[in-house]
Design a protein around this ligand. Structure first.
Ligand code: PLP
Length: 453
């Protein structure tokens, strides 16, 4: 028992500011474009659905943004989250690598998502918003926003991707327990939903269109997004900042930092504080973004301007994309079924600072089982992609006889995803085909936009 397994920090070490990577990014940041004019979008384009404080964070050039006390107080319900050394997994892999994982599953919703839901609800309450509308894939974001709205006295309405709504009835119950209203998407309630009735399994892009439509139609109602946008990545950087301190306690610094990527927020959260050091001071730390091979945005998508939603109501963002109306296969990692990616993470991949890997669903689940058997925690299927990448790194370290330090973000637990584990145990989980032809067709339907160098 002499070697520690967990590195815990006291509550007064909850970070006091978020890390904004925008000023450290290589090259000039590219502006979003207005869907109406295809010209750079400014605050007036975003004001109908976001409060000004979040719009300011979206474009802020300040390297740090202070975290309001009320937000830190709520963070203290579960933060700082523990950093674990995966000693039992290391032994099972017989690797000289040191594997660390940051566990975000200890939040009330079971993932990293409340790190941004809480400040988003806070700034909306400050701005006098009455209600927030959002989309959710696996249900992690929808439940996080439902909780945050409850804590700040806001109403909350959630459009849940159809396939996940059917697979995860207890996520729905959780969202309702925190007082939110939930709809299966595509729904009959919006024009966007009705226009997508031919895709009954739904997608994050369709659910976003529905939520934006509802938010834009009412003065006192705003929209909240659980990933992709700069301010969401910003809020998640509490993860990496805590990791830096916890690894100092362990006397280590990572050779490689890994996160799974759906829209990019948990990857940004764990990686950006380390990336800032790498961009400012150099060093050899590598960064690996793990995405599903059935929705391979970073590894096979095109880097160009595209809409954030399916119907084309949001500003266009510079990002890797499979085409906004491409509907990804019915993957069990609902949170990774998104056609686009964070512009910040996309720019870092484009600049060669972050590497992307694509992982097949069954390979991710095999890694998740190995992790559950050794470390105990049953991971969210999304997080299983990061575990696969971490195990691959540990095996490569063994091959090279290197004592590599690996850090990955375990973004959530899988307690509401047991139907996926059930399918895996029964041998019913397939590696879904990504259709290059569908993606090409979706990209061909995109409007003319300025080329990105
Ligand atoms: C547990 C978990 N991890 C990861 C993700 C992917 O989102 P992001 O890339 O924004 O972290 C989700 C999204 O729902 C999630 O629920």
């Amino acid at each position: 028992m002499s070697e520690p397994t967990k590195y815990a920090l006291p509550e007064d070490r909850i970070p006091t500011s978020w890390v904004n990577l925008i000023p450290d990014l290589p090259g000039e940041p590219l502006p979003p474009l207005s869907p109406a004019t295809m010209e750079p979008a400014g605050p007036p384009d975003l004001a109908p659905i976001f409060p000004m404080a979040l719009i300011e964070q979206e474009v802020s050039g300040e390297p740090e943004v202070e975290i309001p006390d009320e937000v830190r107080e709520i963070y203290s319900l579960w933060r700082p989250t523990p950093l674990f050394r995966a000693r039992r997994l290391e032994r099972a892999l017989d690797t000289p690598a040191h594997i660390y994982y940051k566990y975000e599953g200890v939040s009330p919703a079971g993932s990293h998502k409340p790190n941004s839901a809480v400040p988003q609800a806070y700034y909306n309450r400050e701005a006098g918003t009455r209600k927030l509308v959002t989309e959710t894939g696996a249900g992690q974001w929808g439940s996080s926003l439902a909780l945050a709205c409850r804590l700040f006295g806001l109403e909350c309405e959630v459009f849940m991707v159809g396939v996940s709504y059917d697979q995860k009835p207890y996520r729905r119950a959780m969202i309702e327990t925190w007082g939110a209203t939930i709809h299966r998407s595509p729904s009959e309630l919006t024009e966007a939903g009705r226009s997508q009735a031919s895709h009954p399994s739904g997608s994050l892009g369709i659910a976003i269109s529905e939520a934006v439509e509802v938010a834009a139609a009412a003065e006192d109602t705003n929209y909240a997004l659980g990933s992709v946008l700069n301010h969401v990545c910003l809020h998640q950087t509490v993860i990496g900042q805590e990791c830096i301190e916890q690894l100092e306690l362990a006397g280590e610094y990572p050779d490689v930092v890994i996160g799974c990527v759906g829209g990019g927020s948990n990857f940004a959260g764990v990686a950006f504080p380390f990336l800032r050091r790498r961009l400012r001071e150099g060093g050899a730390t590598r960064f690996v973004a793990a995405e599903p091979s059935a929705c391979p945005t970073l590894t096979r998508g095109e880097y160009r301007y595209d809409f954030g939603d399916t119907v084309g109501m949001t500003p266009l963002m510079p990002m890797y994309t499979l085409g906004h109306d491409f509907v990804p296969p019915e993957l069990h990692s609902g949170g990774l079924r998104y056609h686009g990616d964070s512009p910040l993470v996309s720019a870092l991949v484009k600049a060669g600072v972050v590497d992307a890997v694509a992982i097949a669903q069954t390979s991710a689940f095999a890694a998740a089982i190995r992790f559950a058997e050794t470390e105990g925690i049953i991971p969210a299927p999304e997080a299983a992609h990061a575990i696969r990448a971490a195990i691959d790194e540990a095996e490569a370290a063994k091959e090279a006889a290197e004592e590599r330090v690996i850090l990955f973000n375990l973004s959530g637990h899988g307690h509401f995803d047991m139907s996926a584990y059930d399918a895996y145990h029964r041998g019913e989980l397939a590696d879904l085909e990504f259709s290059e032809a569908d993606m090409e067709a979706a990209l061909a339907r995109l409007p003319e936009t300025p080329a990105i160098a």
